[in-house]
Design a protein around this ligand. Structure first.
Ligand code: SD4
Length: 317
């Protein structure tokens, strides 16, 4: 039995590709998560992950990524790393270390260099255009743009191993050194092979307030289904923030349980995810939310075609 779930439509091709290998037992959960996320990091048209990711307010691309092994809870994370092609591979390598497994900025870059990871200028021409357009729009004051597309994946393999992993350029126009939930254990990702895994996307500052990925796994551990766990955790965080802070950012999560069942929850209107398992091939789902109840449906072919067209449309200043 195996299953894989990834945030956003962006996970589609990568999940299709690794599914074939998971099915044939060619790779396990670790490799599936790392390969799939690296493929997304390499694709220049996804603008919140890897190459082509949107820069911070100084027009520098700083990336966060993380990996967690649900068998032994080992994990690794890089934060605000610059000029490395695949932050997820660096995070994975760090997860093999008991100590020093979370590195930021220069320290992360030194580690990547010492371990022979490929360097790359991660600022694409397209990202520069996005940046300049945004600067023009905000002539007076630069504010972080709260649109998002971070990739998070949870994978269960045929050996009942579960992992969770993420990669992101974080918020567009963020401050230099800003870190969101994606590289913070328990917030952007969490995995326990005896229970399940969860990963999040949205406004990191708010997702961290609920330690949401840990919360979802805890609820599953207490006997809730994966779908119940996602909805309870997300609605609770959403409602608490509205009550206490009078505002809440975008929050979306996906999760799997130890039997490969999936769940999702969101407080926005355009969240999508991709799921594949030994029982079904990779499909894109669109999530809908009404009165704290989450439903999802398969994306139509028209929606899928339109997505890539929009993503790859010519950009002009
Ligand atoms: C962050 N959660 O850095 C990330 C942003 C995100 O899609 O999800 N973008 O806050």
């Amino acid at each position: 039995m195996w299953a894989i779930i990834g945030t956003w439509r962006m996970s589609y091709e990568a999940i299709q590709n690794v599914s074939k290998k998971l099915k044939n037992n060619e790779i396990g959960a670790d490799e599936a998560a790392v390969l799939a996320i690296a493929e997304i990091e390499d694709f220049p048209y996804f603008k919140s992950v890897g190459y082509g990711g949107l820069p911070n307010e100084e027009m520098v691309v700083e990336l966060d990524a993380a990996f967690m092994n649900g068998n032994d809870y080992s994990f690794g994370a890089v934060m605000a790393i610059k000029d490395y092609k695949n932050p997820i591979k660096v995070a994975y390598e760090l997860s093999k270390q008991y100590t020093n497994c979370v590195l930021v900025g220069e320290g992360a870059e030194k580690f990547a260099h010492k371990n022979g990871f490929e360097r790359k200028n991660m600022l694409s021409d397209r990202a520069i255009i996005h940046y300049k357009k945004r600067v023009k729009e905000m002539e007076t004051e630069l504010k972080p743009y709260i649109g998002h597309d971070t990739v998070g994946m949870c994978v269960l393999d045929n050996n009942q191993k579960i992992v969770s992993a993420t990669s992101t350029s974080g918020l567009f126009m963020k401050k230099s050194g800003r870190v969101g939930d994606s590289a913070i254990i328990g917030s952007g990702f969490y995995a326990d092979s005896e229970v399940g895994a969860c990963t999040a996307t949205g406004l990191g500052e708010d997702l961290m307030k609920g330690c949401i990925s840990y919360e979802v796994v805890s609820l599953m551990r207490q006997g809730k289904t994966v779908q119940e766990s996602c909805e309870i955790a997300l609605n609770k965080l959403n409602d608490k923030l509205l009550e206490k802070a009078k505002k809440v950012g975008d929050l979306s999560i996906v999760a799997i349980d130890k039997n490969g069942n999936f769940g999702c929850a969101t407080n926005i209107d355009n969240f999508s995810f991709v799921y594949a398992s030994d029982k079904e091939e990779a499909k894109v789902y669109l999530v809908e939310k009404e009165n704290n109840k989450t439903t999802f449906k398969l994306a139509s072919q028209e929606w899928l075609d339109d997505y890539l067209k929009t993503r790859m449309a010519k950009l002009e200043l």
